[in-house]
Design a binder for this molecule. Sequence first.
Ligand code: BGC
Length: 350
Amino acid sequence: MKKEKFGSVQGNAVTLYTLTNSNGLEVRATNFGGIIVSVRTPDKQGRMDDIVLGFDDLQGYLDNKPYFGAIIGRYANRIAAARFTLDGVQYSLAANNGPNSLHGGIKGFNKVVWSAEPFENSTGVGLIFTYTSKDGEEGYPGNLRAKVTYTLTDQNELTFDYEAMTDKATPVNLTQHSYFNLAGDGRGDILGHELTLNADRFTPVDKNLIPTGELRAVKNSPLDFTKSTRIGSRINDKDEQLVLGHGYDHNFVIHRTDPGPVLAAHLREPQTGRVLDVYTTEPGVQFYSGNFLDGTITGKQGHVYKQRFGLALEPQHFPDSPNHPEFPSTILRPGQVYQSRTVYKFSVEK
Ligand code: BGC
């Protein structure tokens, strides 16, 4: 494993780690926000390319409005009106997305310097990131000790194992926010990618992208990805949900057959043959088609990120669960251990 200086944030050293497996797959990650800086995989001709969006240097990640590559916490996705009530107490969060709280607040887990411990064992090479979020941080109750383990295996999997413990009841919903473009970073939009989602329902949203509470069938709608479909084929349909989301920005309810990681998404880019399979223990996956990218951000190697130049598949609990008792609970209590696992598996189909 290679270790390089990546700069510093408020006096804390930030390091860039390079993980490589026996097939030459290479993942670079930093302890600032646990950000995945690059993922290099072969195409069907064996040509390597970087398939995630991001920046060349730490400076770019300090602002990072799209949350490229970062760990998201304490609460991935939106909490309506930036507040929730837990055990009779109301908690207020910063509204950083219209009236909502998005992705953990103003300084979420994507903006903190994590402790990092590199390791190598029989399953692969990786990094253990740890961070303790203080009681009251960003408005959330309890000291939360979070641990996220990244492992790159020789089976071309990048796995994420999340763990957390608290000393007061608190919502927790952790995810990884990499934006993929399997044709290669900066190569164009992702509309030609073909997507399959193992989900026959989704959580429809209102104008603030907050779930209404309904679990709606995807059947007969442009949100039906139960069979492999080009992302661009229906994205501009005059469907109410697509209009509200400015494209796809929805949580899909994963069809679960067992408690272990199940396949949530299968993504294929036909020109390069690159494939990404996403497995998770989470109940949902947010499919975000990069609608808010608008050409104002210049990323790696001068690449200008225009609308839909990348997409995110974020395994997580449903948005706004603290305000939806009917959704699977996101509340972690003292004595419990939050555990979650996601696997990104990279391959090529000729
Ligand atoms: C959300 C988008 C949001 C984006 C921010 C995604 O997880 O679903 O609505 O704009 O994060 O980069």
